[in-house]
Design a protein around this ligand. Sequence first.
Ligand code: ZN
Length: 253
Amino acid sequence: MRARSVSGCFGGEVVRAQVGHPRSLSGVDVLRLAVTPVKAEPDGFQVQIWVNDVEMTAAGAGMGMDPYDVLIPSNRFAADDAPQTIPVARCTCGVYGCGSTDVQISKVPSGIQWEWRIEVPMDRSPIFEPAAYEREIERVAQDHSWETPVRTAGRLVLTSIDNEELPAGLRFDWVANNWRRPESFQVCLRNGSSHQIFIDVDWVNRSPEELSKEVRRLLVDTDPKEWTATWSSIQRSDSPPTMASERWTQVRF
Ligand SMILES: [Zn+2]
């Protein structure tokens, strides 16, 4: 859940070899996850995925998903009673959809099964031992050692405010530092399919914890008419969002 890089990449030109049968010596498939930096984006990170010590995101669409897409605010690797399909890899330009790998996660009698979709990195569906799988996905979700201050603030904002607590019709689109003014943290909200709304909070003299509290005070406890917000019309209209006041200004990209 962060700003997508704008690039001229249209993907699809790279054909990657599938990984054969990465088997562990014991015959049991073993999952390992890690959050690592990516160069394609400022403050960019990816969730890399090893199955039996072979990294899958590079072998699939090319690069792991942003932690905001799979770990924060909720851990989407968790196996549910019904099969769930989640994104696990995107194009190296940073855009999911330019290149994409999904997995369908299912509980099967022998464990937790991953069935690869779209750009398939491995020619079979690994099955993980449930207790070891749960331990690994919990471990990576609890490990915040990779975070930069903006990523800590982003996690605190996304995990401490439910979309249901936002003013009616609004939900989170992404959070990141303002790329024009890095001293400012920016929250982008989406108003249905009509507008994006941007709220800036200055970093000056604020820790990530203090900054996330200020974001909460503004978004949850303050009338939107009091916000100093900017907005952009997704449908290229000049009509502001219905909750806007004279304090709100239009921004064009
Ligand atoms: Zn691309």
